[in-house]
Design a protein around this ligand. Structure first.
Ligand code: ATP
Length: 858
């Protein structure tokens, strides 16, 4: 490989070298096919071009180098006419999707230029090739490229000063939303929530169309957009209000954008219009069915910012970045892919609206109380395929017969589902009680048209049932008759020639032939015409066989064509119903999420929290939903929480200082409160005996210390940035979870900052806060401020060890047991002994140990 790469650096005029830059060549000196390649490449300069040559997709010049380097394939070269050899790398045609997926995952766009006629048809001239698909990270449609459990978003962003517009779509499901707001930090958070696969940015930069891969820096990238995403630089023109507006009006056949709530959101319109133009340009070959654009506002949802998403491990764990061990993992009992994606969306957008939460809770409650109903729905949902994406594929003309069959099978389950929920009372189940009649008709029609086990290929027949179309039946009968004739021919000719081993065969080059072993060639009748001689056999045709063959092949072509046309018409019919199917999918997905949450509530013994108007957070015997599931049953120690009830400030403070030794369970408790609040605001039941929870506008977290090496920030600076963000944005409606503020600096600095932060939160912001710390001095705050209380996670001290009780109780911890933890971790005894001596000295002389009030008055 190394040799190949170094060769690739060289230019054409060195011996044995090959060309890696098509700009360096005199195109007229390339052979015809390479001229065409360069022509296509010039039209798609920012994508890797997969060019079909026989059984391979080949890449040339710099694309060959990219393909070889990124996918560790062999880089070689090919003679390309008088210009000499050009760099070449390739993949077998049947494996293009896998390789393209890998490239797209690395942030590349891929253009597929396929042969659109048979080499035989071309008869010596250059085979006709066309671009059949442009795949960019945000425009995946292929089943194998998409993750079932996750939406694949394409987003577009328009920024003017501190105002911004953001639109996003998942073209595989058709979801299309747009929003507008101020404050670029909110834009960053929204982008982080969506984790788009690709983001479009209008720019004046010269390199339009360039794709910035994750991690690549560019001066055209606005600072508020994290470099960890893939960006595509677009022209400003389609993002102008006029163009964007008229494109949207035309696309959705609207007279005004009022109906979709966008008339007064120019930035949202610009982002959506620019996104639409991109789809129109890159997806010419696939008709993309988008749902009508919807606008939304950020204030409709509880803000789960990227720190909180990371710290509370909502979709993946902090340590390994994996799904297993995340909140999503612990909650997901969905039965369909649509439900799985919906749960993920819900978790990242908890509600603020008590009524909305209540409807979800009512549904869960009904499903918790009615075991048979829950069980029956879950069983049935397991038989429903990914209707959302199947419809997307049908709409874009990519669905095959198996897809339509899966869709029909799923639609056929809907009446049964409606029957199961016919007596249900809760809103999300009632939504499933009526199946639109046209859905039943469509499902039945597909089932009546498509055979039981259709092939993947849709252009080679075998897809449509008999009895569906008289013309098709006629053609089938003709083909079958001819095939029977061929089958009889073998028997007849064996009799006529007396050669029992005579065979009738078929191949693509010669068509039908009669094969006789060479030793029997003297028995060949005079009307046989020799066509081919092989080592052991001779192959013949006869005039009559040739005539039949033409008839059969023509009839077969006609048959396949008609089958294909019937199939495409059926697929288009599905596309015409896309909107209805997608509405149904959404209803099914929501019911699936709630059914899963109900199942979880029963298995794990969760309770329905009372969601109230005030600021109270009262949790009786709460548990951490993930840790509880990771421990043997009964091992998790429940703990209660009581915050923010102004009437009972003694027992329900705004701010809790939480102390306790290392590994006693402070972080776990802190997260538990945040997770319970989030779960409650998606409408879920929660792991507690009882809970009464006021709505939070935002959950802030500062947990653990992670160096942000990517941005070159130290642990302490990351911590301070996050703390500053909290102090600048929290309100009295927020829930704040702080773990270890001020740890990454000198003790006095750290303690002073921690004190000042806690004081500010308790007095100025009055947010509900849990502040876990090893600075026991902070316990003094409770004697100064009425809305601050001390809690500790208890341990039992034994002569030679400490036992973790994991119980949170009123009062402040007196000791840290840090040296004990060091001993348990295996620090050498001599170090432990010395540490104890040093601690004794420090405690004797430290002013901090005298208490902060004294310190203040010094
Ligand atoms: N309530 C509980 N019941 C049972 N086990 C618990 C409980 N809380 C915590 N644990 C266990 O204790 C371990 C340590 O907890 P955690 O990380 O929260 O400690 P910590 O006090 O934050 O420690 P440090 O100060 O070192 O960060 C957890 O991994 C968990 O397995």
């Amino acid at each position: 490989m190394t040799a190949s790469y170094s060769a690739s650096q060289s230019t054409a005029n060195k011996a044995n070298a090959y060309i890696t830059d098509h700009h360096q060549v005199d195109v007229s000196k390339l052979s015809q096919m390479y001229q065409h390649y360069v022509e296509v490449k010039e039209m798609h300069p920012h994508a890797v071009l997969f060019y079909r040559v026989g059984d391979f997709f080949e890449c040339y010049f710099s694309d060959a180098v990219t393909l070889a380097q990124e996918l560790e394939l062999v880089l070689t070269s090919k003679q390309a006419g008088e210009q000499g050899r050009v760099a070449m790398s390739g993949v077998p045609h049947h494996a293009w999707e896998r390789h393209a997926t890998d490239l797209v995952a690395k942030g590349y766009a891929v253009v597929i230029c396929d042969q659109v006629e048979d080499a035989a048809e071309a008869a010596g001239r250059l085979v006709r090739r066309e671009v059949t698909r442009i795949i960019t990270p945000g425009t995946l449609l292929e089943d194998g490229m998409l993750k079932a459990s996750k939406n694949n978003y394409l987003a577009a962003v328009v920024i003017i000063g501190d105002n911004w517009g953001l639109a996003y779509t998942d073209i595989s499901t058709g979801e299309f939303l747009t929003t507008q707001s101020t404050n670029l930090e909110h834009l960053t958070q929204e982008v982080m929530r969506l984790q788009p696969a690709e983001i479009l940015i209008p720019t004046n930069a010269p390199d339009l169309g360039a794709l910035l891969r994750p991690g690549e820096k560019s001066s055209s990238l606005p600072e508020c957009l994290p470099a960890s995403f893939c960006y595509c630089m677009r022209s400003q023109i389609p993002f102008s209000v006029g163009e964007a507006r008229s494109r949207l009006l035309q696309k959705f056949k609207l007279k005004s954008l009022e109906g979709i709530g966008c008339e007064h959101l120019p930035l949202a319109v610009r982002a959506a219009g620019g996104l639409l133009e991109y789809l129109e340009e890159t997806q010419k070959e696939s008709k993309i069915y988008l749902q009508p654009l919807r606008s939304y506002t950020l204030t409709d949802f509880l803000v789960v910012d990227s720190q909180t998403r990371r710290n509370l491990e909502i979709t993946q764990t902090v340590r390994d970045g994996i799904y297993h061990g995340s909140l999503l993992w612990s909650l997901d009992r969905t039965s369909t892919a649509m439900g799985g994606r919906a749960l993920r969306r819900w978790l990242l957008q908890p509600l603020l609206d008590i009524k909305g939460i209540g409807s979800r809770q009512d549904t869960i409650q009904e499903l918790v109380e009615n075991t048979a109903l829950r069980h029956d729905i879950r069983q049935l949902l397991k038989q429903i395929y990914d209707l959302e994406r199947l419809t997307g594929r049908a709409g874009s003309g990519r669905a095959n017969a198996r897809d339509l069959k899966a869709l029909a099978d799923s639609l056929s389950k809907l009446p049964e589902l409606a029957h199961i929920v016919s007596e249900a009372n809760s809103p999300f189940l009632k939504a499933l009680q009526k199946v639109p009649p046209e859905m039943e008709v469509l499902g039945r029609k597909i089932s009546a048209h498509i055979v039981e086990s259709p092939p993947i290929q849709i252009k080679e027949g075998g897809v449509i049932r008999g009895g569906v179309n008289p013309q098709l039946d006629e053609r089938k009968a003709l083909v079958e008759e001819d095939q029977r004739w061929i089958a009889n021919l073998e028997v007849e000719e064996r009799g006529r020639t007396g050669v029992p081993t005579l065979k009738v065969g078929f191949n693509k080059t010669f068509g039908y032939y009669i094969s006789i072993s060479r030793s029997k060639s003297d028995q060949v009748p005079s009307n046989y015409i020799r066509k081919q001689t092989l080592t052991n056999e001779e192959r013949y045709i006869t005039a009559e066989l040739k005539e039949r063959e033409t008839r059969i092949l023509n009839a077969q072509d006609d048959l396949f064509q008609l089958e294909y046309e019937i199939f495409v018409a059926l697929r288009e019919e599905v596309a015409n119903h896309a909107e209805t199917i997608r509405n149904l999918s959404r209803a099914i997905a929501a019911a699936d999420v709630l059914c899963g949450l109900a199942e979880l509530a029963v298995i794990q013994g969760y309770c329905r929290p009372a969601i109230v108007e005030g600021r109270e957070i009262y949790i009786l015997d709460g548990r951490h939903p993930v840790v509880e599931q990771s421990l043997p049953a009964g091992f998790f120690v429940p703990n209660s929480t009581n915050l923010g009830n102004e009437q009972k400030q003694d027992s329900s403070p705004d701010l809790v200082i939480l102390t306790g030794p290392n590994a006693s369970g402070k972080s776990c408790y802190l997260r538990q409160v945040g997770l319970i609040q989030l779960m409650a605001q998606i409408g879920s039941f929660v792991p507690a005996k009882y809970a009464k929870l006021g709505i939070c506008d935002r959950v802030f977290t500062r947990v653990g210390a992670v160096d942000d090496l990517a941005t070159g920030q130290s642990t302490f600076m990351v911590e301070m940035n996050e703390t500053a963000n909290i102090l600048n944005h929290a309100t009295s409606r927020s829930l704040i979870l702080l773990d270890e503020i001020g740890r990454g600096t000198a003790t006095f600095d750290g303690l002073s900052i921690a004190w000042a932060v806690a004081e500010y939160l308790a007095t100025d912001i009055k947010a509900r806060t849990i502040f876990a710390t090893h600075y026991h001095e902070l316990n003094e705050l409770s004697s100064i401020l009425g809305n601050v209380a001390n809690y500790q996670v208890t341990v039992k001290e034994m002569p030679d060890q400490i036992i973790f009780l994991h119980q949170v109780q009123p009062g402040g911890a007196q000791k840290s047991y840090g040296i004990e933890a060091g001993r348990l971790a295996g620090l050498p005894p001599v170090v432990i002994k010395r540490a104890k001596q040093v601690m004794g000295q420090i405690e004797q002389h430290s002013k901090i140990s005298l208490g902060l009030q004294n310190l203040n008055t010094d």
